[in-house]
Design a protein around this ligand. Structure first.
Ligand SMILES: O=C(O)C1=C[C@@H](OP(=O)(O)O)[C@@H](O)[C@H](O)C1
Ligand SMILES: C=C(OP(=O)(O)O)C(=O)O
Length: 453
């Protein structure tokens, strides 16, 4: 639906000329921002998001919710302004805040999902609660990404949906203002977002929901934990496997959703390239406000990048990661933290020993086929990467200059930039694709390098 703009321009990835020493403030988490927008829109009262992510994925989410009737007011508060009523533990009037004012949801409306998994999966259940037709469309790639788990489940739960029979976009959800809800079995082995999608709207279903996953391994479990935690934080009652429930079964009871005031954590997956810069150059990077406790998968970087040769210290002010310039290969299952794979593959290509990345077959259905794209692009620079059934085998070799293609995938672009730190003459095709979750990436990257010692 959205014209995918062509960016022929090549961005010369800057080479690091010394050890990177920088403090990098990373914008809000995509996954937390888009869950918070959905929950706030379904709430019984207004709420606030502080330090939300402003990127393509989150703006598409906000635009879609507005199209359904929700009020979302964007304010940038200065340090002199007073905090919003009810704000708790929020730094005094700092940064951007979005006030979300729920309203009766209605169609007719059109939702542009772009290529945002969170928008294409989380919003169809919301649309069943609207009165009137809601049409879903998006980038060409969104037609190929799995959605059948959500479509089939919603039909079982009482929704009427017109698609072209493939269980994919484009489609129209004919909302009737309410959904029965109840029990449903799904195979969510291709995306954890199927489960998250059904749970997020479930307090508003007449009978709530019981979701039973019946397929192969469920990826990205931390993201399902994030969904459960955020639901509980808005007053929902959730039974789930990790707090004594049945394995692979989640239950959400019908209830009102409370309007909350939430501060969005920095996006730890978007912190990855900056931490990688410290690891590769033997430098030191601090990410302020790294949470002490979080469900974000990016938190696993503390362990993974430490195993690959760095050291980290988590303090009250943030995470400081220090590299030695020596990078070790790793054998790791990334099934829980799949979105970290491109960045880990980039570092692994520069290591002193081979790596095996496992458990991520579902990445073939992400923004692009990430396993094929990483293999092709790293090998295009002289690397030696092979695809396995569920991941990558990476044998480091001396790399050379060349174009690193990104396939409209933000994490391919940042992975290419990481390699470019250590390899002269790497050019990133369409670095602007980082706008999906981190629009300011090129400036942040050069600023970080400007601060190198
Ligand atoms: O729920 C979420 O916010 C996400 C879940 C994961 O999706 P998959 O389970 O489809 O990998 C992750 O890769 C994506 O970046 C964000
Ligand atoms: C897989 C990703 O995104 P999406 O939310 O579109 O699934 C990602 O950001 O790595």
């Amino acid at each position: 639906m959205t014209e995918v703009s062509v960016h022929p321009a090549l961005w010369p990835a800057p080479l690091a000329t010394g050890a990177v020493e920088a403090t990098v403030t990373v914008p809000g988490s995509k996954s937390v921002t888009n869950r918070a927008l959905v929950l706030a829109s379904l709430a019984a009262e207004p709420g606030w998001l502080r330090r939300p992510l402003r990127s393509r994925d989150s703006l598409l989410m906000a635009q879609a919710l507005r199209a359904l009737g929700v009020g979302i007011e964007e304010t940038v508060s200065s340090s002199s302004s007073s905090p919003a009523p009810g704000a708790q533990g929020v730094p005094d009037g700092e940064g951007e805040a979005w006030r979300v004012i729920p309203a009766g949801l209605h169609g007719p409306a059109t939702v542009d999902v772009g290529n945002a998994g969170t928008v294409m999966r989380f919003l169809p259940p919301v649309a069943t609660l609207a009165e009137g037709p809601v049409r879903f469309d998006g980038d060409p790639r969104s037609y190929e990404r799995p959605l059948n788990g959500v479509i089939d489940a919603l039909r079982v739960l009482g929704a009427r949906i017109d698609d072209d029979g493939r269980g994919a976009l484009p489609m129209t959800v004919h909302g009737s203002g309410a959904l029965d809800g109840g029990s449903v079995e799904i195979d969510a082995s291709s995306s954890s977002q199927f489960v998250s999608a059904l749970l997020l709207s479930a307090p508003r279903f007449n009978q709530g929901v019981e979701v039973r996953h019946i397929g192969g391994r469920l990826p990205s479990m931390p993201h399902i934990r994030m969904t459960v935690d955020m639901l509980r934080a808005v007053g929902a009652q959730v039974d789930e496997p990790e707090t004594g429930g049945e394995p692979d079964v989640w239950r959400v009871s019908p209830s009102a959703i409370l309007g909350r005031d939430i501060v969005i954590e920095p996006d730890l997956s978007n912190a990855q390239p900056f931490l990688a810069a410290a690891l590769i150059t033997g430098g030191r990077v601090t990410i302020p406000d790294w949470p002490q406790r979080t469900t974000q998968p990016g938190d696993a970087l503390r362990r993974i990048f430490t195993e690959m040769g760095g050291a980290c210290e988590l303090t009250e002010t943030g995470l400081t990661f220090t590299g030695t310039g020596r990078i070790h290969g790793i054998d790791v299952d990334l099934g829980e933290v799949g979105e970290l794979t491109p960045g880990i593959a980039a570092v692994a290509a520069l290591a002193d020993s081979p790596s095996t990345l496992r458990g991520v077959a579902h990445l073939r259905l992400h923004e692009t086929d990430r396993l094929a794209a990483l293999t092709k692009e790293i090998n295009g620079l002289g690397g030696d990467v092979t695809e396995t059934e569920d991941g990558l085998h990476i044998r480091p070799r001396p790399l050379h200059s060349g174009v690193f293609h990104t396939y409209d995938d933000h994490r391919m672009a940042t992975a290419g930039a990481v390699i470019g730190l250590a390899v002269a003459g790497v050019e990133i095709e369409n670095v602007a694709t980082t706008a999906k979750t981190l629009p300011d990436f090129p400036r942040m990257w050069t600023t970080m390098l400007g601060a190198e010692s």
